[in-house]
Design a protein around this ligand. Structure first.
Ligand code: PEP
Ligand code: MN
Length: 365
């Protein structure tokens, strides 16, 4: 197992090795389905670790909640037949014990467990003194502190081989995704906890087959250290997450379609060109900041006038006028409406704070 991981970026995120590929069914359903999927995955030669859900925490009751302990010997057999290490989700102390008893190599904490510190602590307590690899999925809600908290609980139990899985965040209303990726959150987590490998789970982000490849590509472009994708020998008839599962053969096509980029290169020309462009970016950023500073000084002046004339800071009409004007102008410059709205929101808020200070500072004095 260690040798398999050691060949990938998972074991050394700062290296240029290939990302770790984990794949297998959402749920182990029958011995036949588990073994057939495992063998077909092994045949592709592209998968490092076999995954399968044994206990399935479902958001609503009434759907398949996993085959339970009975499925663990199937995974043992799949491992014997293919040589692939196996990974499953655990949510309780008993599940950890059972998984370890049946030789499961990698355990992961699911999104519905990461949200609950009591459950994470129970899993962590069961892992004390055990030398295994634990992956922690992001919580279903976009809360970085909960995700970090779960990592800390597992690490405090003495587990040193910890990895992260980004599976997207649930949001109200239908979006293009089953779980919105909110890429800035895993990126921020990587900054806060450097050195921890980050795996992307396009299956649970996408929720459907047709966008798996583009999500995986985006993760690879963000220098992720691995991918976890759900596969099933008969995806349409899967007992859980049927819409997002693909056959092992389709998985191989998806992986072949990905452009694998590297974080660095020793190529001199490329590095010189990049340095020049980065210098240009720095120069432009400096100019933008200088202009923003000037803009805020003008806002302060407006604040003084408003104060002298007893006029409110916020005038909704003016704000709408700024937005309309900027969205139109932005469009001509190739800037998206979404970006313009976010940018002006930030600028407007800073402007209001400045005016507020000018108008109300002497009250505080
Ligand atoms: C799964 O991996 O099948 C699963 C249940 O995922 P999540 O915890 O991300 O919903
Ligand atoms: Mn699933």
């Amino acid at each position: 197992m260690e040798q398999i991981l050691a060949k990938t970026k998972f074991a050394d995120p700062s290296s240029d090795k290939k990302p770790l590929i984990i794949s297998g069914p959402c749920s182990a359903e029958t011995e036949e389905q588990t073994l057939a999927t495992a063998l077909a995955l092994a045949k592709t030669g592209k998968v490092d670790v076999l995954r399968a859900g044994i206990w399935k925490p479902r958001t609503r009751p009434g759907s398949f909640e996993g085959i339970g302990t009975k499925g663990l010997p199937w995974l043992q057999k799949a491992k014997e037949l293919t040589g692939m290490p196996v990974a499953i989700e655990v949510a309780t102390g008993k599940q950890v014990e059972d998984a370890l008893h049946f030789g499961v190599d990698i355990l992961w904490v699911g999104a519905r467990t990461t949200v609950n510190p009591f459950s994470v602590q129970e899993v962590a307590d069961a892992l004390k003194g055990v030398d295994t690899t634990v992956l922690i999925k992001n919580p279903i809600n976009p809360d970085l502190e909960l995700w970090i908290g779960a990592v800390e609980r597992i690490q405090k139990a003495g587990i040193t081989k910890v990895g992260l899985i980004h599976r997207g965040f649930s949001s109200y209303g239908n979006t293009e995704y089953r779980n919105a990726p909110m890429w800035h959150l895993p990126i921020e987590l990587k900054r806060r906890m450097p050195g921890l490998p980050m795996i992307c789970d396009p299956s649970h982000i996408g929720g459907r087959r047709d966008i798996l490849q583009e999500i995986a590509q985006e993760a690879v472009d963000l220098d992720y250290d691995g991918l976890m994708l759900e596969t099933h020998v008969d995806p349409d008839n899967a007992w859980s997450d049927a819409k997002q599962q693909v056959t092992p053969e389709r998985l191989a096509e998806i992986l072949d379609g990905i452009v694998w980029r590297h974080e660095r290169t020793d190529q001199k020309d490329f590095n010189t060109a990049l340095e020049k462009l980065r210098a240009q970016i720095n120069q432009i950023d400096d100019e933008i900041m200088l202009l923003l500073g000037n803009r805020m000084k003008v806002a302060e002046k407006i604040g003084m006038y408003k104060k002298e004339n007893n006029i409110t800071i916020l005038q909704t009409n003016r704000w709408n006028e700024i937005l309309d004007r900027s969205i139109k102008k932005g469009d001509k410059l190739g800037l998206t409406k979404d970006f313009i709205l976010k940018y002006f929101d930030a600028v407007h808020l800073e402007s209001i704070n400045r005016q507020n200070r000018v108008m109300n500072d002497d009250h505080k004095a």
